[in-house]
Design a protein around this ligand. Structure first.
Ligand SMILES: Cc1cc2nc3c(=O)[nH]c(=O)nc-3n(C[C@H](O)[C@H](O)[C@H](O)COP(=O)(O)OP(=O)(O)OC[C@H]3O[C@@H](n4cnc5c(N)ncnc54)[C@H](O)[C@@H]3O)c2cc1C
Ligand code: SF4
Length: 495
């Protein structure tokens, strides 16, 4: 809990608000709006229980002007406030709104740190800002040493290695494990009714009667314990695996609780380290998990604050195709995408490899406008907030930043998807074919993507093999693939 709330002072009034400005900047998944409002309401109750004075504006409140500055303006006047403090928002957009508004006010105001992350938001920029590329690996090793995580007294990595990625790439061929979050945890039908009555536009299934996402810290801690006890031991081995009927496999499902600050990254990492020390999870698994939180999560945030606002306009590959309409319905004959999108619409969740190597990979190969796919990710996932979603989408998934975040595009053909999943078995396309009406669309798109982007990508050392393979093809073979890919791009809406 933020240090703000440790002392109860009668002259302090805490304000929380649900506003259309926040529900409408992108079309959100219904579960995301419900989950955030439910967590906010529970938090307001908690603060009241601790003795704090709280004003909470619901989405349907008659006094709600549906904008943070407009509501603040009214409340400052109404309560004769003499000072305003706010916690730094994680998103650039909201940071601007609040800072610009506060600068115009007569009363004193200040922005405070959120006390949630390991690093300050400008730390990456201060340490790596002079370089074009800031590499995760350098950042992550420094963070491990600084935080004394999986290092010995001399700063050497536990087990003698910094990275166990090579061991963490197994496919899953077993029975789907038990679901990670508790289904039927809440009945949010009343809240959903309020959201609908306020006219908020959403998509995806609300699942309001049997809602799984945590609303309180106690519930989030329960999810953390369930992950540590039941899935962490397998996390490393199967973190890149995908399986039909197993939306989360051995992933933690903690991103929502982390991003809305129900739990802190430090306590999550600490619990994983304890499991390793007690012999309940291997070093490879725990290192793989710690890397996501102390490594990627903090690093991504640093990239966001280092590169905004220009980052939002990135389009290094000059991609302009529209997003196929079935991204909004899941109705496609490509089984891998139907599964990943279908589960996202029903559950607001897909794990990292589904996001990166299925929905992201396909949009990349097709040449979808980065802004269009970025808006889709920002809306659909329960954990989607721009500071973490945007660099993952534009940088890692779409290579739209020209390689500031990834050393090569995450592009893959059916061979990869078939190796890491069981989706191809139930697909109407043939994963082995590159040409013809039943050939897997990923295959021709893959080669055409590299051919189309030769001037922008061929110089990258990690793509040398790909371009050697392309160059070894006969010109007929190459033009056949390009023609097939063009036909796929023309008919993308109906694949
Ligand atoms: C295109 C794309 C968009 C994404 N959008 C988001 C987003 O909006 N919000 C979000 O939190 N994550 C996003 N991610 C990162 C990652 O996919 C999710 O954090 C993860 O799938 C959440 O599920 P989990 O909690 O089960 O994660 P696990 O696999 O169990 O990982 C544990 C935790 O590590 C953190 N983490 C893992 N990978 C990343 C990463 N690449 N960047 C930042 N944190 C990471 C998350 O907090 C996660 O909860 C995106 C990835 C891609 C490729
Ligand atoms: S054959 Fe192609 S489209 Fe079908 S599931 Fe496999 S990779 Fe996906």
């Amino acid at each position: 809990m933020h240090s703000w709330f440790r002392r109860v002072e009668p002259c302090i009034l805490y304000v929380l608000m649900e506003v259309r400005e926040e529900t409408d900047y992108v079309v959100h998944h219904a579960q995301k709006v419900i989950a955030i409002f439910a967590a906010m309401r529970a938090f307001a109750d908690l603060l009241r229980g601790l003795g704090h004075d709280v004003i909470y504006l619901t989405i349907g409140d008659a006094h709600n002007a549906q904008s943070i500055p407009a509501n603040l303006e009214r409340l400052v006047a109404l309560h004769g406030a003499t000072r305003l403090e706010w916690q730094e928002p994680d998103e650039w957009r909201l940071d601007q709104v609040l800072s610009n508004w506060a600068a115009r006010q007569a009363i004193a105001s200040s922005r405070l740190g959120s006390e949630h992350f390991y690093t300050e938001r400008n730390e990456l920029a201060e340490n790596f800002g002079h370089r074009r590329h800031a590499f995760l690996e350098v950042y992550y090793r420094r963070a491990r040493i600084k935080e004394h995580v999986l290092v010995d007294a001399h700063g050497k990595p536990a087990g003698g290695r910094w990275n166990y990625d090579a061991e963490n790439r197994r496919a899953w061929r077993g029975v789907p494990p038990a679901p990670g979050v508790r289904r039927g945890r809440h009945d949010h039908r009343a809240l959903w009714g309020e959201i609908e009555a306020a006219g908020v536009t959403t998509f995806g299934q609300p699942q309001a009667a049997s809602f799984p996402w945590p609303a309180t810290r106690a519930e989030a801690l329960c999810d953390l314990e369930a992950f540590i006890g039941q899935r962490l031991a397998h996390f490393g081995d199967f973190q890149d695996a995908m399986a039909e009927g197993a939306p989360e496999l051995f992933h933690s499902l903690l991103s929502f609780a982390l991003n809305v600050k129900l739990i802190s990254p430090r306590e999550v990492v600490e619990r994983a380290l304890e499991a390793w020390r007690d012999g309940r999870a291997s070093l490879a698994s725990v290192e793989g998990f710690v890397r996501q939180i102390l490594g990627w999560r903090e690093y991504i945030r640093g990239v966001y604050w280092m590169r905004m606002p220009g980052y939002a306009r990135s389009n290094y590959l000059d991609a302009h195709e529209p997003l196929p309409p079935w991204y909004w319905t899941g109705e496609t004959g490509m089984n891998c995408l139907a599964q990943a999108i279908g589960q996202s619409l029903s559950g607001a969740y897909a794990h990292h490899i589904q996001r990166l190597m299925l929905t992201g990979n396909f949009a990349l190969l097709l040449g979808v406008e980065p802004d269009a796919i970025e808006r889709w990710y920002l809306g659909i996932y329960i954990d989607a907030f721009e500071w973490v979603e945007m660099p993952n989408t534009l940088g890692m998934s779409q290579f739209a930043d020209g390689g500031q975040l990834a050393t090569k595009p995450y592009a893959a053909s059916a061979a990869y998807i078939d190796r890491m999943s069981d989706y191809c078995r139930g697909c109407r396309y043939d994963r082995r074919k590159r040409l013809g009406p039943d050939a897997c669309p990923f295959n021709a798109l893959y080669w055409a993507f590299f051919e189309r982007n030769r001037p922008r990508l061929a110089h990258l050392p990690r793509l040398a093999m790909v371009y050697r393979s392309l160059d070894r093809m006969s010109s007929e073979e190459r033009s056949g693939l390009i023609a097939q890919a063009e036909a796929i791009r023309r008919s993308a809406a109906t694949l």
